[in-house]
Design a protein around this ligand. Structure first.
Ligand SMILES: Cc1ncc(COP(=O)(O)O)c(C=O)c1O
Length: 418
């Protein structure tokens, strides 16, 4: 028995103690959560999938549920070739590498997935991280050091902010998707200073895309390097699925593209691709790459197979656009307020009046047999509560009709629409 098992449970600091409860900073959040759950609401952040039937259907709380809140945009998680590659690698190389990429953690599979990425993006270099979060953490903190500047969209993903926090550069935020604000910020910085502008192709909360064509031009005129996180566009947007930078014709001017395997690729992992001739040195100096174990062989094998199949994913991309347009038009016609006037990506965000009604609507949809993501501040911009719908290329047109029927029923039951 461990000695800690003999100690009384320490719920309160002992009397007279001056110990500060470090949890007290979460009191407001604990109270909001308790208030919400005391109404009998199912915990929107505690859903368990008991069985996953396909990329678009799971069993939750014993019932068949259509999945409209995953990032499985291209539906690769059940692709037979992807699964076969993973099983083979598991048999041949074991369950894990137990080491860093720079020590014992580079197998042929890690090189093969980096080759697949270089081919997919037609770029010279690719570096695979254990998650997309770590890719942003690593590249941003390593590239922008003391005396450099990071200029970033205020609605950037948490991993971008955390990458900034890990480094020592000065942070200069600008208003979301505002080209003039970006240009003004850049002009105020010392011309000789190192500058890294960090943008996203698709912003995942509202599903809107960045005006990369104009922004990249502004960055280049100011002598800044540009990093674009294409986490939510890879596989889907652009002629070859390379993302918004490809779709807007500026991919050759982007210095770093960050991406993830946890969305269109259908597994887990992250990466950075680049044409910079000195890129490979990052393998020795990027701490979130060096000081962590590499991805398991089965994961890199599934990723490599998936990425190579995504190169020929035009039919899936076309169908996903059809789904996105159909859902957007249908929700708008029902009277919901959406994050964008037109569908811009595979994410359609439904704006809720407040957290209470957002949570009620989320639960009503779940009872109808539909799972969407409930998103709330601080993850969302401007304090919004959102029901984020992310479509999959494997959703059939009939499923989208079914989804619209569920939104109509839940919307009327909760008073979100008339
Ligand atoms: C824009 C963006 N970048 C990076 C990530 C991190 O990706 P990963 O799930 O691979 O850590 C996410 C995940 O949601 C994201 O939305």
């Amino acid at each position: 028995m461990s000695t800690s098992a003999l100690r009384p449970a320490a719920t309160e600091p002992p009397e007279g103690s001056s110990e500060t409860d470090l949890f007290s900073k979460f009191d407001a959040l604990i109270e909001t959560r308790e208030q919400l759950l005391s109404t009998g609401l199912t915990d929107p952040f505690g859903l368990v999938m008991e069985e996953v039937v396909s990329p678009t259907v799971a069993i939750c709380n014993g019932r068949k549920t259509i999945l409209l809140g995953t990032y499985n945009y291209m539906g690769m998680t059940f692709d037979p070739d992807v699964i076969a590659a993973g099983k083979k690698a598991l048999d041949e190389f074991g369950s894990g590498t137990t080491g860093s990429r720079v020590l014992n953690g580079t197998y042929v599979g890690h090189k093969a997935v980096e080759d697949a990425l270089k081919d997919f993006y037609a770029m010279d270099h690719a570096m695979v991280f254990s998650t997309g979060y770590q890719a942003n953490l690593g590249i941003i903190s390593t590239m922008a050091g003391k005396d450099d500047y990071i200029i970033l969209d205020i609605d950037s993903h948490a991993s971008i902010y955390d990458g900034c926090a890990l480094g020592n550069a000065q942070i200069v935020p600008f208003r979301h998707n505002d080209i003039d604000a970006l240009e003004k910020r850049l002009k105020r910085l010392p011309p000789e200073a190192g500058k890294l502008v960090v943008l996203e192709g698709v912003y995942s909360m509202l599903g809107d895309i960045a005006p990369l064509k104009e922004m990249v031009a502004v960055c280049k005129a100011a002598g800044a390097m540009v990093l674009v996180d294409e986490a939510h566009s890879m596989g889907f947007i652009g002629e070859h699925g390379r993302g918004v930078a490809e779709a807007q014709g500026v991919i050759d001017d982007v210095d770093f593209i960050i991406g993830t395997f946890s969305k269109s690729v259908g597994t887990v992992g992250g990466f950075c691709v680049s044409n910079h001739p000195k890129f490979e040195i990052l393998r020795l100096v990027c701490r979130p790459y060096v000081f962590t174990a590499s991805l398991p062989p089965s994961v890199v094998a599934t990723a490599a197979t998936s990425i190579r199949k995504l190169m020929h994913g035009k039919a899936k991309r076309d169908h996903l656009w059809e789904n996105s347009k159909k859902l957007h038009a249908g929700l708008k016609a029902l009277g919901f307020t959406l994050g964008t006037d037109e569908p811009q990506s595979a994410i359609i965000a439904v704006i809720m009046p407040d957290l209470e009604r957002g949570a009620a609507m989320w639960e009503a949809l779940l009872h109808e047999g539909l799972y969407v993501n409930l998103a709330r501040p601080p993850a969302t911009p401007a304090g919004m509560t959102l029901l984020r719908c992310s479509l999959c290329a494997e959703h059939s047109s009939e499923q989208v009709d079914e989804i619209l029927g569920m939104f109509e029923a839940a919307g009327r039951a909760t008073g979100c629409i008339n």
